[in-house]
Design a protein around this ligand. Structure first.
Ligand SMILES: O=C(O)C1=C[C@@H](OP(=O)(O)O)[C@@H](O)[C@H](O)C1
Ligand SMILES: C=C(OP(=O)(O)O)C(=O)O
Length: 431
């Protein structure tokens, strides 16, 4: 338990900051580096707990993964050299590890068992189990095979065409990774774009994968080649400081080397639409992934409606966007975000509860919330619900509160942003 008492308010956030590497891209680099033959060096990788679960899972399959402060070095002889793990794989708190690994494990001719923590054990896995079973996978688990723990007898998959019934990059990626190890053609059809790091990274590792009008196609290609990957900063982590700079008077903050993949930049679009001044500079592209420097200058914000196709582009940023909305004039309505109820915790409940406890006016709806601004945050005691994004949102709220913000436990922050408090302290004068 890491109880935190955050003193209220701060001066403006001024200066420059570099957030850690992208979580989604780090997971995929570890997965493809392990499936590839040869050496893969991943720089600026995220050493967060979730990504380390993915690395440990491949270590248990016999892949050599060395970690130092600046890089992860993977030596692999490809999937044919994997060994059957002698113990269950612990996937911790990580939905991405669970869903993507189920795709991989279903495609390997090995028997494996997987489990996770209390939160992961309650998150739906049938969304990946169903399509993988259609490809021929033999998977069983709790609750009629829809929850962890699960057992997978892999191998013998056949490619198929699959239309995504949920807007989920994890489901898309599980089917594509299964397809990579399956016989024949796999085609995934997505009506609303979700994050496309798997597709971009597969291409970077030499896979022939095509994408037209939301139809993504690939055939069995186990001969991936080890490739060096440089991971851009995580826009989902940067979002906490973007929003902080947007709501603390007098702030001007630059976030350097932030990933700007077109399927992830919804938070920038929304903050701009609310009235924040945001500029992007030094934009570059590496292995198909765009990144650059993002400067946010505080301006008065207005409430807006956030709904529809933009939701998957900012799904993980909704906790901090909701906080920003408490500091905007008028009403902000968030709709079509029912997926938030299926994350590390029910985030609609957790955001609403946390913000109300700190003095904001928020009403939850089935698939979102209504936030009435401008609220003077009073501070108070709130629970992070063991969820990293809720804990960081509550910590940023202290910058606009009139009294202390007390958070029950902030240890979950290590999932995606080790060093968050060091960075927050660097930018503010309140601790
Ligand atoms: O593919 C990924 O790396 C992720 C996809 C999203 O989940 P869904 O696929 O469930 O939307 C996101 O919320 C999660 O943090 C990371
Ligand atoms: C939902 C998240 O991650 P995961 O699904 O991988 O647990 C997140 O990081 O906000």
């Amino acid at each position: 338990m890491k109880h935190a008492v955050l003193n209220p308010a701060s001066g403006p956030l001024i200066g420059e900051i570099q957030v850690p590497g992208d979580k989604s891209i780090t997971h995929r680099a570890i997965i493809l580096g392990s499936l590839a033959t040869g050496t893969t060096v991943i720089t600026n990788f995220l050493a967060g707990e979730d990504c380390m679960r993915t690395a440990d899972a491949f270590r248990q399959l016999g892949v050599q993964i060395e970690q130092n402060d600046t890089s992860l070095k993977i030596h692999s002889n490809g999937p044919d050299a994997f060994k059957e793990p002698v113990a269950p794989l612990n996937l911790g708190n990580s939905g991405t590890t669970a869903r993507l690994m189920l795709g991989v494990l279903a495609g390997l001719p090995l028997f494996t068992t997987v489990y996770g923590d209390t939160s992961l054990t309650s998150r739906p896995m049938d969304r990946v189990v169903r399509p993988l079973k259609k490809m021929g996978a033999r998977i069983d688990g709790c609750a009629s095979g829809s929850l962890l723990p699960m057992a997978i007898r892999g191998g013998g998959l056949k490619g198929m065409q699959y239309t995504l019934p949920v807007q989920s990059a994890q489901v898309k990626s599980a089917v594509l990774l299964g397809g990579l190890l399956a016989d024949g053609l796999t085609e995934v059809i997505e009506k609303t774009p979700t994050r496309n790091h798997t597709e971009k990274m597969l291409r970077a590792f030499g896979t022939d994968i095509s994408e037209t009008d939301g139809r993504i196609r690939l055939t069995n290609q186990t001969a991936l080649k080890g490739t060096d990957v440089h991971v851009p900063g995580d826009i989902s982590s940067a979002a906490f400081f973007m929003a902080a700079a947007a709501i603390v008077p007098g702030s001007q903050l630059t976030l350097v080397n932030v990933g700007l993949n077109e399927t992830r930049t919804g938070v920038i679009d929304v903050l701009k639409q609310m009235g924040a001044s945001i500029t992007v500079s030094n934009q570059q592209v590496m292995a198909g992934e765009s990144f650059g420097d993002v400067t946010v200058t505080q301006q008065n914000l207005q409430g807006i409606i956030i709904e529809g196709d933009i939701i998957p582009k900012l799904i993980d940023e909704l906790p901090i966007i909701a906080l920003a909305a408490t500091q905007a004039e008028g009403q902000t309505v968030i709709r079509d975000a029912g997926e938030l109820r299926l994350k590390e915790t029910d985030r609609i409940e957790a955001i609403t509860d946390g913000l109300i406890r700190l003095g904001a006016r928020v009403t939850q709806t089935e698939d979102g919330m209504i936030i009435r601004g401008t609220s003077r945050l009073t501070g108070g005691k709130a629970s992070a619900y063991n969820d990293h994004r809720i804990a960081m949102m509550l910590a940023v709220a202290s910058l606009r509160a009139s009294h202390d913000v007390v958070i029950d436990d902030t240890s979950s922050i290590d999932i995606s942003y080790p060093g968050f408090f060091r960075d927050l302290r660097k930018l503010t004068s309140n601790w």
